[in-house]
Design a protein around this ligand. Structure first.
Ligand code: M6R
Length: 613
């Protein structure tokens, strides 16, 4: 979604802000803008289009002396919600006086009513955005103290916001505030930088403060003074970011997605590191902060998430039920939050989110906490809101995931869910010996993924056969059913091919009517339980002339004759098989999208972190 960067310090604010916006491009956006304060004046440049367009405008409009002199500013990439992408709707927006400027992420839900009240007082609006209403409101309260004006205005606001506000009269400070939209402050040497995402900060400093909801902060080059919504100072811990700027760069790959697919053996190794106990045949997951006795007392698991994280949860259900004998439900987070869910005292709610900022998943966490559930977070982004609000959980340690299409986070989510199921199983019904054997299987995961990656060229060849398709079906059974759904999601989001992930048994209850020789079917024919039924389902597709691709286990020669093309994955247990299979499907989608010349890292209409409902 939208990206925010703010800077105050001894460097050129223009350079730092443009550099920060480039780091946030992966989030998906349609407009970009910048506001700087210099010699008691605001300078604002903004338009629809890319950050490189904004950069050209900055260089054409402000000469080098000016750009070097400017030490304070705010900048934004906008992902349109209220009003289409235009220069007028791009941020920063100004108040009625034109002396305050603001960038905003989130949605001001009561903006229409506020706009009417302000218009009645003579305010004139230049955009269709909810954000412009907020800066006008702040301007209405402004009497020389920006922080007071921000606090006063926010009392009237319903909705979500991460904001950064500057005043032409205050060239030394930026006021920021958050509610439901993340903001991180980076503390450097004689400079302070604020951003919606730590990746815009790490080139400057790794010392950061994650703001909480309802926090307001005054940012100067000396640091940050954090206050609560009533303008009373509060203390917030300084954290150290444990990855560097290089981790968020492409490193020679054509796309972040490809880099992240190929990083998976290392990412998975990092996820597993130190977490398997070979002697006791269990997993060591200290972030859960629960004793074996407490874990044994859990009666039901409810998993919530969205998109790829939801699919990971669906695989997790198989793990928890099989290894721990634990009833498990998986719910789309938005459905869960609005359904008045029933929560029992012995329930454990597991919230899965790569970003840790997804609005619906966060709201589901809050609902579950409100009802007294034990809530555990499975997040990748350290210090993210869900990670902090759950208070207990397991980090994926996949490293920064920049591509909009989630890849390494998914496989690490599966690895972590499998370790969780092993741990819960050992607290309940699994023998030590079985636990040791499962631990041994889990340890092979990075190598299984390496072997899939070694078959990349073969997957390219298959992708070339099907890159012109308009529709696709992905079929699976058992724990391969959610993997099929995830494969279809990957294909549709980056290649724009309509793809459906279906349970193979469900196909003949309707969708089979769509099959003909133009609709390829990609079937999970892994040599695990249910394979023979999958083969029968594929025959049903072939009888309707659908071209078929099978994901098959290496050495399983019987199945090969049943499909037109094959993608091989190494032989492994049914517990680990979803991971190499998912990697093969990621590569397939990636190559199809590349052949179709799609903007893989920033697909149209999508954002990396969905912080609105
Ligand atoms: O950050 P989260 O895991 O909570 O994100 C959830 C979804 O928005 C995300 O998985 C989305 O579906 C991806 N684009 C899938 O590749």
């Amino acid at each position: 979604m939208c990206g925010i960067v703010g800077y105050v310090g001894s460097k050129s604010a223009c350079d730092v802000l443009l550099g920060g916006l480039k780091r946030l491009e992966y989030r998906g956006y349609d407009s970009a803008g910048i506001a700087v304060v210099e010699s008691g004046q605001l300078g604002i440049l903004k338009d629809k289009g890319k950050v490189r367009d904004l950069e050209q405008t900055v260089y054409a409009t402000w000469d080098e002396t000016f750009r070097r002199r400017v030490g304070l500013g705010i900048a934004h990439t906008r992902w349109a919600t209220h009003g289409s992408p235009t220069a007028a709707n791009a941020h920063p927006h100004t108040d009625q006086s034109g002396r305050l400027a603001m960038v905003h992420n989130g949605i001001i839900e009561n903006y229409a009513a506020l706009k009417q009240q302000l218009a009645a007082k003579g305010h004139r609006f230049l955009s269709q955005t909810d954000s412009e209403v907020l800066i006008h409101l702040i301007g209405e309260f402004y009497q020389g103290n920006l922080c007071e004006a921000v606090c006063a205005a926010l009392k009237h606001v319903e909705g979500t916001y991460g904001i950064a506000v500057v005043s032409a009269d205050a060239p030394e400070a930026i006021v920021v505030a958050r509610k439901g939209s993340p903001l991180v402050i980076g503390l450097g040497e004689n400079e302070t930088i604020v951003a919606s995402d730590v990746s815009a900060i790490i080139a400057h400093t790794r010392q950061v403060i994650y703001l909480d909801d309802d926090d307001v902060a005054i940012i100067t080059r000396a640091g940050a003074e954090v206050r609560n919504a009533h303008n009373v100072p509060v203390s917030r811990a300084v954290a150290n970011v444990d990855w560097d700027a290089g981790a968020a760069e492409k490193g020679g790959y054509e796309h972040f997605m490809l880099k992240e697919i190929f990083e998976q053996p290392d990412a998975l190794q990092n996820s597993l590191r130190g977490r398997l106990d070979p002697a006791m045949g269990t997993a060591i997951l200290s972030g859960l902060a629960l004793s074996p006795r407490e874990l044994a007392g859990i009666r039901r698991i409810v998993i919530v998430g969205c998109g790829t994280s939801l699919h990971a949860g669906m695989v997790g259900k198989y793990y928890f039920e099989e290894l721990a004998g634990m009833p498990t439900e998986v719910e789309q987070a938005a459905e869960y939050r609005y359904r008045n869910p029933i929560i029992q005292p012995e329930d454990m709610v597991v919230a899965i989110s790569q970003s840790g900022e997804t609005a619906d998943t966060l709201a589901a966490v809050r609902e579950a906490k409100q009802k007294g559930a034990l809530v555990v977070g499975l997040c990748n982004v350290v210090g993210s809101t869900i990670a902090r609000e759950t208070g207990r959980g397991i980090y994926l340690h996949a490293g920064p995931e920049i591509g909009v299409a989630s890849t390494k986070a998914f496989t690490c989510q599966l690895a972590v869910l499998l370790m969780m199921a092993l741990k819960l199983g050992r607290c309940r019904r699994l023998s030590r010996q079985t636990g040791i054997e499962i631990g041994d299987e889990i340890r092979t995961i990075p190598d299984l993924v390496k072997r899939v990656l070694a078959g990349n060229d073969e997957i390219v060849r298959v992708a070339q056969q099907y890159a012109t398709a308009r529709d696709f079906f992905f079929l699976g059974r058992g724990c391969m059913y959610p993997v099929a759904m995830e494969g279809a999601l990957k294909l549709k989001e980056i290649s724009y091919i309509h793809a459906e992930g279906y349970h193979a048994a469900e196909l003949k209850h309707g969708p089979i009517a769509l099959l003909d020789d133009q609709v390829p079917v990609l079937a999970m024919l892994n040599d695990i339980a249910g394979r023979d039924k999958m083969v029968s389902n594929v025959q049903e597709c072939r009888a309707r002339h659908a071209p078929t691709i099978g994901v098959v286990t290496e050495g399983d020669t019987d199945v090969v004759q049943n499909v037109d093309e094959i993608i091989r994955i190494p032989r492994c247990s049914h517990l680990t098989a979803p991971i190499p299979t998912a990697v093969a499907l990621q590569l397939f989608s990636y190559h199809v999208a590349r052949i179709r010349n799609c903007p893989i890292d920033q697909p149209r209409n999508l954002a990396k972190s969905v912080t609105v409902e």
